[in-house]
Design a binder for this molecule. Structure first.
Ligand code: KG4
Length: 338
């Protein structure tokens, strides 16, 4: 008997719905919100209102693209957290209402598990997925973690950021350079044309496998402040080199700890996930690192790096197999770890 899961993601500023049947992706619809652009960051109240407007057409489109009817669904998986509470509430309430109407169970998904398990989304039955155990470098706007994944329901965080996330470092430094929010993709674009060795920024010395990015951010800001004093057009003239040097430093920090984790655990399979894993430099660096050390690398399709419901549906699919259903009084949560 085949199992068909609808996934719903509404944790931040993307409303997304996806359908997965027996692990195979049938549809993945994402409505991004651009109401936040002029504020330089996500405005929670505007995000939840936009989710309310988007959720019905997004779910409807996901079902149509999958070529199924709502009555073909076996369960609805939704992101319960972490994320913005108002935004999560829209997806959570919608999932509950729809499941009551269809008399099918709901499955709550930890957004971070979704990022890790995004590597198990298959478009074709022959697509290769990681074997357990593997290490996942989970790098997004809110998290930077190295996760040891022993199984889909057995994950351990080996290291995490003690301050800013990697995505925050991208976004905050981009803001200082006057780039629009979110700045990560803009830095990526500028970096591809710049000299990564032109500027030197501070690198942290944190013991163990934990990350830190706030010192780098401060050092980047000081470089700009000190130079703008003498040349008001400093950023404009050097934007490609600034972006390339910043990106290279972030990558160095990420790979250093990944290398430590590989040596510490002896795990031979490496995956990356989360919005920052869309970064071209990060993708190349991880692929090269794995090639050099004879490790197997899993670099996700870009559409599965940022927030998407396909990863929620696949995580929900595994929980469904374990019969881990969710109660109707389950409330969303803003913060949680893997
Ligand atoms: O996973 P995600 O969509 O949202 C959560 O934080 O959960 O990640 C968003 C983060 C933002 O900080 C954004 O700037 C970053 O991912 N990002 C990138 C790129 N694309 C997205 N950072 C660097 N290079 C990119 N190409």
């Amino acid at each position: 008997m085949s199992i068909t899961i609808l996934g719903i993601e509404s944790s931040c500023d993307d409303t997304s719905a996806a359908v997965i049947r027996d692990g195979l992706l049938l549809s993945n619809v994402i409505a991004s919100q651009n109401v936040h652009e002029e504020y330089g960051g996500v405005v929670p109240e505007l995000a939840s209102r936009a989710h309310q407007q988007n959720i019905v057409p997004v779910v409807d489109t996901a079902l149509k693209r999958a070529g199924i009817k709502a009555s073909d669904l076996d369960a609805i998986a939704f992101t319960r957290g972490p994320g913005l509470l108002g935004s999560l509430l829209v997806g959570t309430s919608f999932a509950k209402g729809m499941s009551l109407g269809l008399r099918i169970p709901i499955v709550d998904v930890n957004h971070l598990h979704g990022h890790v398990l995004s590597h198990f989304i298959r478009r074709e039955p022959t697509d290769i997925v990681p074997e357990y155990p593997f290490l996942c470098l989970l790098i997004s706007g809110g998290n930077s973690q190295i996760v040891l994944v022993r199984n889909y329901n057995d994950m351990e965080i080996l290291g995490r950021t003690i301050d800013d996330a990697a995505g925050e470092a991208f976004d905050k430094c981009a803001k200082v350079m006057g780039l629009p929010y979110p700045g990560g993709p803009h830095i990526d674009r500028h970096a591809s044309q710049g000299d990564p060795k032109r500027f030197k920024f501070a690198k942290p010395h944190i013991p163990g496998l934990d990350y830190s990015f706030s010192g780098l951010k401060t050092s980047f800001m000081y470089t700009i402040r000190d130079n703008v004093k003498f040349d008001p057009d400093f950023v404009e003239k050097n934007i490609d080199d600034l972006a390339a040097s910043l990106q290279a430093t972030i990558i160095d920090i990420l790979i250093d700890k990944l290398d430590k984790a590989v040596k510490q655990t002896g795990v031979k399979i490496i995956a990356i996930g989360g919005g920052v894993s869309a970064n071209s430099g990060v993708r190349n660096a991880v692929a090269e690192y794995c090639k050099r050390h004879n490790l197997q690398a899993f670099i996700p399709e870009r559409v599965f790096t940022t927030d998407n419901a396909a990863m929620v549906a696949i995580a929900g699919y595994y929980k469904f197999l374990d019969k881990k259903f969710c109660a109707y009084d389950a409330a969303p949560f803003a913060r949680v770890e893997v």
